[in-house]
Design a protein. Structure first.
Lengths: 275, 142
């Protein structure tokens, strides 16, 4: 009988290039953040899902109910998370998935799971770009634990190199999911991949009071500042957005046809009442 | 010359001193103070809020425009935060060789600030109820 398959969601990265926690970011229109989406995908194949966090890190929004595995002190990166998971459940196989892979589909995970029949310790996809193993959406069978530990002792902490050396079973991505393992490291990655933009909204005066916050970040496909105002106004019931509203983009007044780029800051302006 | 947004109470005196100049014989300034009534209701307090990044930029542009247009030395300072009736909300000054330009520049600058600088006020009334005030978009001063 094959060992049970557990899911390990890697959310311990520092997201320095993105500038904010990637697992908490909402991508796409379903409103799920990346952590929640990954949990949804994993839950179809795994008996139980653990959340891998670095020491002292709080779980991302929506993932508070998952059991947490903390990185072992001393090493960092994905290896720390995977080894900590094996320490917790030595007899399990782990379907390890990074939290910044928004294009992973059930089909992609199903193919990995089916390949367990071969009995390999490591099962991964070959990268669509360079053919090398993709270790952060892969299966690590219990037999992989001792191998990983041996590498870690020699300070080999790169799971990709380990998979190459250990001749991981490499699968080809399904033709319809060639981009499934592209990860999102910067706001520009998101824009390029989805055509959607992340917009930071600042709220002031009556609008801040009605909205109940001073700032928020939303995702939109609107091309211009004016289209964004119309879209936001149509999807949110804010009386303050009706009537005369001007728009500022990146701390400057903007016309409705001003093009929007990902990362822009937008403020909707009610008529002023200074003086 | 300069435009500032500061937490109440604003320090306009150093600004007034910096505007005064031996070649300016006319110095006009305007003080906007908190009124204790608005459209028939008793006002007990005002809260001013600014979109600081844009308000400072736009305010400086207005001061520059008016200074150039009238050939005056001009400056303004606006308060944000919680104010009571009688408190100073905005101070605008214009110094020129002669009084005509100074009066005209001061008048134009305060009107432009009210119309174009992203600052909003919320009035609180005697019953504790409060309301954000919408500025009028018409260009005529009132």
């Amino acid at each position: 009988m094959k060992p049970p398959l557990f899911g390990l969601l890697l959310a311990g990265g520092r997201s320095t290039r993105m500038g904010r926690d990637k697992a908490s970011m909402v991508m796409g229109k379903d409103g799920l953040n990346q952590g929640q989406r990954a949990v949804q995908e994993l839950s179809a194949f795994c008996q139980k899902i653990y959340l891998s966090l670095r020491d002292g890190q709080a779980p991302p929004e929506g993932c508070e109910n998952l059991e947490v595995v903390r990185d072992n002190l001393g090493i960092s990166g994905p290896m720390a998370g995977i080894l900590a998971a094996f320490e917790r459940e030595p007899d399990a196989a782990w379907l390890v998935m990074a939290c910044d892979l928004p294009f992973v589909t059930p089909e992609v995970l199903a193919k990995l799971v089916q390949a367990r029949a071969d009995g390999a310790n490591f099962i991964a996809y070959a990268s669509a770009t360079d053919g090398l193993p993709e270790p952060l959406c892969a299966i690590y069978e219990p037999g992989a634990r001792a191998i990983l530990q041996r590498h870690a002792e020699r300070n080999h902490l790169c799971p990709r190199h380990i998979m190459i050396e250990e001749r991981a079973t490499l699968l080809e991505l399904p033709p319809s999911s060639r981009r499934a393992l592209e990860n999102m490291n910067t706001p520009e990655d998101i824009a390029a991949a989805t055509g959607e933009k992340q917009i930071h909204i600042g709220w002031f005066g009556a609008l801040a009071e009605e909205r109940g916050c001073r700032e928020e970040t939303v995702v939109t496909s609107a091309q211009t500042a004016g289209a964004f105002l119309e879209e936001f106004s149509n999807t949110h019931n804010l009386s303050g957005l009706r009537g005369h509203v001007r728009i500022a983009v990146n701390d400057e007044f903007a016309q409705p046809d001003h093009p929007l780029r990902t990362g822009d800051k937008v403020v909707f302006l009610r008529p002023f009442s200074g003086g | 010359m300069s435009f500032f947004i500061e937490s109440h109470p604003i320090d306009f005196e150093s600004l007034r001193e910096s505007l005064a100049s031996p070649d300016c014989g006319g110095f006009v300034f305007f003080e906007g103070r908190v009124r204790n009534h608005h459209e028939g209701r008793d006002v007990v307090g005002l809260h001013y809020e600014a979109y600081l990044e844009l308000a400072q930029k736009e305010g400086r542009r207005l001061v520059d425009e008016v200074s150039r247009k009238f050939g005056v030395r001009a400056a303004a300072i606006h308060a944000v935060g919680d104010l009571k009736p009688g408190d100073l909300a905005v101070w605008v000054g214009a110094a020129a060789a002669h009084r005509e330009e100074a009066f005209a520049a001061c008048r134009e600058l305060i009107d432009a600030i009210k119309l174009r600088v992203p600052i909003w006020k919320r009035e609180t009334y005697t019953d504790g109820h409060g309301e954000w005030i919408e500025g009028c978009r018409c260009a005529s001063p009132h």
